[in-house]
Design a protein around this ligand. Structure first.
Ligand SMILES: Cc1cc2nc3c(=O)[nH]c(=O)nc-3n(C[C@H](O)[C@H](O)[C@H](O)COP(=O)(O)O)c2cc1C
Length: 469
């Protein structure tokens, strides 16, 4: 057993305030993964282990979100920690509002807010509803926001009090009380900020070494400016799949760490066995960037698995074609045939019919705009491919495997390399809480080891020799 005279333990990593606020054993969270990939089963497993996971609500209907929350609450009856994802939806703000309604109705306490570029009315409503003061006069916040950000300007918005104009509008609409609005002036929009460096899924490809110090300075400046009673926590996500990476994050000052990619390759993840088989074979260089289907026209990028898959190359080709052509008819016949036969497995017309039927049901206004604009129609037909490829992966359609879209970052390959030759090689032997345990216990050992090496007798002797040479 590793001797650890430093006293560093998995329980002591990160911030004590953070662990106490959420009732956690370790300052370690499993981040949201859309369409229930971070499933209620995964969230329950984390909660039972004294850790916290977030339900991946992105792309789920309000009914499915509700069912997921019910299931979690039924299986965590003793107030064990859990959270849910609140995803920004610029195109359909009503989707955010519906999600917040569900969360409020079911007494959810913790949300991981992500993909926001500015503070939205639904976020403010979530943040301020139910604000009160305790017997000591301090503001009591019944609901928490952990905001995942990768850019300083977005971090600054979450480190500021709620925007006055939005608060006024919500009061005028009867959605907040005057008192909630007044108390809201004294708190930041978020309790905690999670700084996301290059990660699986949507990524700004940030570098943790540069981001963390800059965000820490920003957080400290904002606290001084607004004089908040409570500090805003700062965590790290992106690239964390090994003890070494978690240890580095804590040395960079992280109050907590968030993982994503490694949790997709666990028995509890809500995706197919076929995806998990593929993930467990990845190395660190087996991921690559592709266009993001949901933000296709904006040129946003996601990081995906590439080993043995054609999806990334095909997705990039579709984006190039979108940039160069103004309509489906402008695409040359040979390219069209390749896309229809090899990529889509059906004709443009068939895809358009399917897409049209969908929008006629859920958003007829969008459909009318698209029908009048051939370039938008092209984008919509191409975007179908991204949805389709996620579905193929999640359902494990083996014969169409090369088209799988699997969001994933290099943390997955790093984890695989680390556990090679151990009992954790197969994903079935990697319960999500065991992955957390391995990373956090290992990080404590890693830190103790490194500090011992840097402060031990050999180091001291070498320093004396150097000084006297
Ligand atoms: C398959 C997958 C799906 C994801 N979906 C979401 C999502 O719906 N909402 C969200 O906030 N983050 C999402 N993320 C990001 C994770 O919550 C987490 O922040 C990120 O994966 C951490 O970086 P890592 O992948 O390098 O560990 C997703 C990540 C993956 C791998």
């Amino acid at each position: 057993m590793f001797a650890n005279p430093s006293g560093i333990t998995a329980e002591s990593l990160g911030s004590a305030r953070f662990r106490a606020d959420y009732g956690l054993r370790y300052a370690y969270l499993a981040g949201s993964m859309f369409k229930g990939i971070s499933s209620s089963r995964l969230v329950v497993a984390m909660g039972r282990a004294g850790l916290m996971g977030f339900l991946g609500t992105g792309g789920l209907s309000p009914e499915r979100i509700e069912a997921g929350i019910r299931e979690i609450q039924a299986q965590l009856p003793d107030g064990q920690p859990y959270g849910v994802n609140l995803l920004a939806n610029l195109a359909r703000p009503e989707a955010e509002e519906q999600a917040v309604d569900v969360f409020l109705r079911h007494g959810v306490r913790n949300v991981e807010a992500a993909a926001f570029v500015r503070i939205s009315p639904s976020l403010v409503r979530w943040r301020l509803t139910g604000l009160d003061t305790g017997p000591d006069g301090r503001i009591v916040r019944p609901r928490r926001i952990l905001a995942k950000v990768s850019r300083p300007e977005v971090a600054a918005a979450f480190l500021s009090p709620p925007p006055e104009a939005l608060v006024k509008e919500l009061v005028a609409a009867g959605r907040l009380t005057e008192r909630e609005a007044r108390l809201g002036e004294h708190i930041a929009m978020a309790d905690d900020i999670c700084v996301e460096a290059d990660s699986g899924g949507h990524t700004d490809q940030g570098v943790a070494y540069a981001l963390m110090p800059a965000m820490t300075a920003l957080r400290d400046r904002m606290r001084t400016r607004y004089g908040y009673a409570d500090p805003v926590g700062l965590g790290a996500a992106g690239g964390i799949g090994t003890p070494q990476a978690a240890a580095a994050a804590f040395v960079l000052g992280a109050d907590f760490v968030v993982t994503g990619s490694v949790n997709q390759c666990t028995p509890e993840a809500g995706t197919s066995d076929s995806v998990k088989d593929l993930l467990q074979g990845l190395d660190v260089q087996d991921t690559v960037y592709a266009p993001a289907g949901d933000l296709f026209e904006l040129g946003a990028r996601v990081q995906v698995a590439r080993r043995g898959l054609f999806f990334p190359a095909r997705a990039n080709r579709l984006y190039e074609l979108y940039q160069r052509n103004d309509s489906l008819d402008a695409i040359d016949p040979e390219t069209r045939r390749t896309i229809e036969q090899q990529y889509f497995g059906r004709t443009f017309e068939e895809v358009w019919q399917e897409t049209r039927d969908h929008y006629a049901r859920v958003d007829p206004q969008v459909l009318a705009a698209v029908e009048a604009n051939p370039k938008q129609k092209l984008a919509m037909v191409f975007r179908w491919y991204f949805v389709h490829c996620t579905r193929l992966a999640m359902h494990g359609v083996e014969e169409r495997r090369v088209n799988y879209q699997i969001h994933c970052g290099p943390a997955m390959g790093a984890f695989n390399q680390w556990v090679k030759g151990t009992q954790y090689e197969h994903w079935a032997d990697r319960p999500v809480s065991v992955v957390a345990e391995l990373i956090m216990q290992g990080a404590a050992g890693q830190l103790a080891d490194r500090f011992a090496a840097m402060t031990g007798p050999d180091t001291a002797a070498a320093a004396t020799t150097a000084a006297t040479a």
